[in-house]
Design a protein around this ligand. Structure first.
Ligand SMILES: [Zn+2]
Length: 136
């Protein structure tokens, strides 16, 4: 797969360090790790603004689509159109839909078909993959 934004592991590590990303951010975004539930900084974060890819800064979600799914990870019912690419993920003996940043390929989390209407979707994201920008 090729994404518009390409960097080496070393470059991503430097990029994330410069943004003071969480220590798990590199493993999550570049190696599809999952942060432990109820540990992420955005899990219970309800300010108005937008959520961006921690790696490349692409806008992924508006705060008004964030909802409390009670699952321990920040959850959204709708993504910014075109911002996210979906891949079938057959790891861990399950079939899930992985979500990655369409610009840089960063692993963000998974999307499940059990979210609220009208989309019926639950984008279950890792806080460490997101960067919040407050609305003025
Ligand atoms: Zn990105």
């Amino acid at each position: 797969m090729s994404f518009p934004v390409q960097k080496s592991d070393a470059q991503w590590q430097a990029e994330l360090a410069s943004k003071q990303a969480e220590s798990v951010a590199f493993q999550v975004t570049r190696h599809a790790a999952t942060e432990r539930p109820f540990t992420g900084k955005y899990e219970a974060h309800w300010a108005d603004g937008s959520y961006h890819c921690i790696c490349c800064g692409a806008k992924l979600f508006d705060s008004d689509t964030k909802f409390d799914a009670g699952c321990g990870w920040p959850s959204f019912s709708e993504a910014i159109p075109g911002a996210i690419q979906e891949n079938v993920d057959r790891s861990h003996g399950m079939v899930r839909v992985e979500t990655v940043c369409a610009q840089c390929g960063a692993h963000l989390g998974h999307v499940f078909p059990d979210g609220p209407q009208p989309t019926g979707l639950r984008y279950c994201m890792n806080s460490a993959a997101l960067d919040f920008e407050k609305q003025d």
